[in-house]
Design a protein around this ligand. Structure first.
Ligand SMILES: [Zn+2]
Length: 246
């Protein structure tokens, strides 16, 4: 029987030395300290394709250069916003996230424990909200807002906090602000490290309300970035089919 200390050490070790990543939706295990070339090889990425990396926090995706420059991978997710909203007494909260908790996430996901590995993150937040007991009614949507059915549910929200880490998701949030006049607070956090040491932590909150520029106008997202995300979310066969359809 593993003690909680051993389990935590194991989680910590896996966080520091190897990470589970997804390349074109296929699960891979990669050393945390790697290079662009190694990632392209690991994902068997065809020559004509490029890899984008979902960045820590809500930072925009970053093109992975096919070079030997060191890349430090880290799994990341977001639960702080939900925690704060629940404690502020928000009455109804809808959570959208398709990911399940990894044991190594436990060091930073609010309300999670090592035994929750494999559980949908939205369910962990809903359970945590019940535990806090302030009466917030949490709707857990176990799918991304890039799915149409989920995106449609966003229309019922009074305010949207964008914690997505891809440009496709952000482009959908833009439409919510401009088409439905729903205020969107889009957040991004960037943690810069050099030689394994954190050198800076930067945050960004962009408020999207009628009369303000959208994320495209502000240069936070681009059509090319959205397109790259769409390609990354679909298999090569699907992309080829779409191409054939023009
Ligand atoms: Zn705009």
């Amino acid at each position: 029987m593993e003690t909680s200390n051993e389990a935590l050490a194991r989680a910590e070790e896996s966080r520091n030395h190897t990470v589970k990543i997804y390349i074109d939706r296929v699960e891979k295990i990669s050393p945390a300290h790697t290079t662009g070339i190694a990632l392209y090889n690991l994902g068997q990425v065809p020559n004509e394709y490029v890899l984008f990396r979902e960045m820590e926090g809500r930072r925009d995706d970053e093109l992975v250069q096919k070079t030997n420059a060191p890349i430090h991978l880290k799994e990341w997710e977001h639960s702080a916003v939900a925690e704060q909203l629940i404690r502020l007494g928000v009455g109804r909260l809808s959570e959208f996230d398709s990911q399940c908790l990894e044991a190594s996430n436990t060091t930073r996901v609010y309300g999670s424990g090592l035994k929750d590995a494999g559980q949908p993150k939205v369910e962990i937040i809903r359970r945590h909200s019940d535990h806090i007991g302030l009466g917030t009614n949490v709707t857990a949507v176990d799918s991304d807002i890039t799915q149409r059915a989920s995106a449609e549910l966003l229309r019922d929200c009074d305010v949207i906090f964008g914690c997505t880490d891809d440009e496709l998701g952000r482009s959908i949030l833009c439409r919510m602000a401009t088409d439905y006049y729903i205020p969107v607070f889009d957040m991004g956090v960037k943690i810069n490290s050099k030689d394994g040491e954190i050198v800076s932590v930067e945050g960004r909150v962009t408020t999207l309300v009628p009369g303000t520029a959208c994320l495209f106008c502000r240069g936070r997202i681009t059509a090319e970035g959205v397109s790259a995300n769409v390609i990354a979310k679909h298999s090569k066969a699907q992309i080829d089919e779409l191409r054939q359809q023009g």
